[in-house]
Design a protein. Structure first.
Length: 244
């Protein structure tokens, strides 16, 4: 299958690629995994599901006869949610563009400069919105929040799952308590990012990008790019041989 062009003209309009098909797939794995882990994690934290209200579904999933809802919730939280998120992360890492992919978030100096210029614009000290790269500074902060939260969840969750499911009592009580707190802190950081990302997506100015993801188009109109990520849009069009 031929790669999608970075820039194209269609129906009298100009478009720049925002989501590769593989990136769209990764988004869905992450969205489902994050949502499932979030809901079941809250249920486990508040001790929901001590009665048998989901027996049929539990049996269909291969759990022991007459499992409690708590067992089912635990199974979904410990295995299905993390597996889906891991698949999404692996897809992102494998498909990340060397120039405009995850490496962009390491450009701390550029992020701080752009954030400063955005603040000047918001407070009236700059007339025009500053040209921004592929990742807006707030997107960079969001991605780092996801990375830190996911690392804390993954490391602490691994130890907790080994103890719960395989009875490997490899941690002293105080260390297990420490891992539990790490898991809670990681969950707070990670899942604080979930509603933030959702709000960013449904904000009216981002509807063109949201439609591109939901309808699997992958492309967003040039006008949206020029308004939100002008620096990247100009570079992408120039690279494709077009005129900004």
């Amino acid at each position: 299958m031929a790669a999608r062009p970075l820039y194209k003209k269609e129906g009298g309009k100009e478009y720049i690629l925002r989501f590769k098909p593989v990136t769209q797939l990764a988004h869905w794995f992450l969205l489902v995994g994050m949502t499932l882990s979030f809901i079941t994690g809250l249920a486990m934290f508040f001790k929901f599901g001590e009665k048998n209200i989901l027996d049929g579904l539990g049996l269909a999933l291969g759990l022991p006869a007459n499992p409690t809802s708590a067992q089912l919730i635990s199974w979904l939280h410990d295995w299905i949610g993390p597996a889906l998120m891991l698949i999404g992360v692996l897809i992102v890492l494998a498909a990340s563009d060397k120039k405009f992919g995850l490496r962009e978030i390491t450009k701390v100096g550029e992020t701080v400069n752009v954030l400063t210029e955005v603040a000047k614009y918001r407070f009236g000290r700059r007339k025009d919105y500053p040209p921004t790269p592929f990742y807006h500074p707030f997107q960079v902060l969001w991605v780092w929040g996801v990375i830190v939260g996911l690392l804390l969840l993954g490391i602490s969750g691994l130890f907790l799952v080994l103890e719960k499911w395989f009875y490997m009592m490899i941690l002293p009580p105080w260390w297990r308590l420490f891992m539990s707190w790490l898991h809670i802190i990681g969950a707070f950081i990670f899942f604080a990012a979930l509603p933030i990302h959702f709000i960013m997506a449904i904000f009216p100015t981002n509807w063109p990008m949201l439609k591109s993801q939901l309808l699997l188009r992958g492309y967003v109109e040039k006008e949206w790019w020029m308004a939100h990520h002008k620096a990247y849009a100009e570079e992408a069009i120039k690279k494709a041989g077009g005129s900004p």
